[in-house]
Unconditional design. Structure first.
Length: 347
């Protein structure tokens, strides 16, 4: 399979990203940044092989899925500003999560056991951890203000050559991949938030959560952690009863759980193969619907996802790759009512 090469000059990619952030970008600038993004599909392929082998060797049950960051999400991040007006991202080549791998575990014990196993066997690969502090991105002990929980590791991609002297993988050396570790409960919260953002045309997932909606999901995350993982890490001043009473009052006002529970069930997950584009849109009956398009290779799938992102008819389009059975489970909230999240919050 022929993978997309990174641009020859990282400096040119930086300048193109800066032009997008400044609002002066040309078509060539957008194309250069998108080539940089799409080149990370090679990294996803490498880590697919490595992580699956580690899952098998660990004897720990884990769901595994991968994704290439959406083009519109990259552009959006480049255009966003901090409260002081400074760019959120100054250098697009430092974005750590263009290539993403997600591992979902039954519970926190399995999550920590697998991560310890993975990081203890790094001598057998050339990949390197970007950060020395292994708790740098521990959002279980220190949840994000949005309520997000999980642990992330950022790796620098250095695949071993297939044979001595083989340099075919050299262009992709040093690219980054973010590996996310979540429990099932944490994943249910995260995917429900994503679906809720889509349904309500909101951006709480991306940190726009300083309103009642953001407060609602942050409380939901803490309730799930206390009930199902025996962890109290946020809203320390509130007892369990007070936290749940405030949450129930907000649900009565916002109706978020009600909308999630009433979401029409998707029935296309059996179509999934290795390379897929998932597209959520409003059908002629103004109902949310999902299309799954299947492709033979990553290049065609990425091109189609880009095309859909430019279409006004698409609400959300994303390229996902992996083993079909794992994808069906990892992306189950795209296909079925988000019952996991609702059930975790019901008595």
């Amino acid at each position: 399979m022929a993978f997309i090469l990174p641009p020859n000059s990282k400096g040119q990619v930086r300048q193109a990203g800066k032009a997008i952030a400044d609002g002066t970008a040309t078509d060539a600038d957008f194309a250069l940044v998108d080539q940089w993004r799409a080149s990370h599909s090679y990294v996803i392929n490498t880590f697919n092989v490595w992580l699956r082998r580690k899952i098998d060797a660990s004897n720990i049950e884990a769901e595994f899925a991968q994704r290439l960051k959406r083009r519109n999400t990259v552009i959006d991040k480049l255009k966003r500003k901090k409260p002081d007006g400074a760019p959120l991202i100054r250098d697009v080549t430092t974005m750590q999560d263009l290539a993403g791998c997600r591992l979902i575990f039954q519970d926190i014990e399995d999550l920590h056991s697998f991560r310890d196993f993975l990081l203890s066997s790094m001598e057998n690969v050339n990949h390197k951890l970007k950060h020395e502090d292994r708790n740098k991105y521990n959002y279980i002990e220190h949840p994000k203000t949005t309520g997000y929980r999980g642990i992330h590791d950022v790796f620098l991609h250095y695949p071993r050559p297939h044979r001595r002297g083989d340099t075919t993988s050299s262009p992709w050396h040093g690219l980054m991949v973010e590996v996310q570790y979540r429990t099932r409960a944490q994943h249910a919260w995260a995917t429900a938030l994503e679906i809720s953002d889509i349904l309500d045309r909101q951006r709480t997932k991306f940190g726009y959560g300083d309103d009642e909606r953001g407060h609602f999901f942050a409380m939901a995350s803490e309730i799930i952690a206390r009930r199902h993982e025996k962890l109290t890490r946020a809203f320390i001043e509130l007892s369990d009863d007070d936290l749940e009473a405030e949450f129930n009052d907000m649900e009565a006002y916002l109706g978020i759980l009600q909308r999630l529970g009433a979401m029409r069930q998707f029935d296309k997950y059996d179509l999934l193969r290795k390379h897929n584009v998932l597209n959520i849109y409003l059908n002629d009956e103004s109902e949310y619907a999902l299309d799954v398009e299947v492709f033979r290779n990553s290049q065609d799938a990425i091109a189609r996802a880009n095309e859909l992102e430019e279409s006004e008819d698409s609400i959300n389009a994303v390229y996902v790759t992996g083993e079909p059975k794992q994808l069906r489970s990892a992306y189950r909230n795209y296909f079925n009512d988000p019952v996991d999240f609702v059930a975790l919050l019901q008595h």
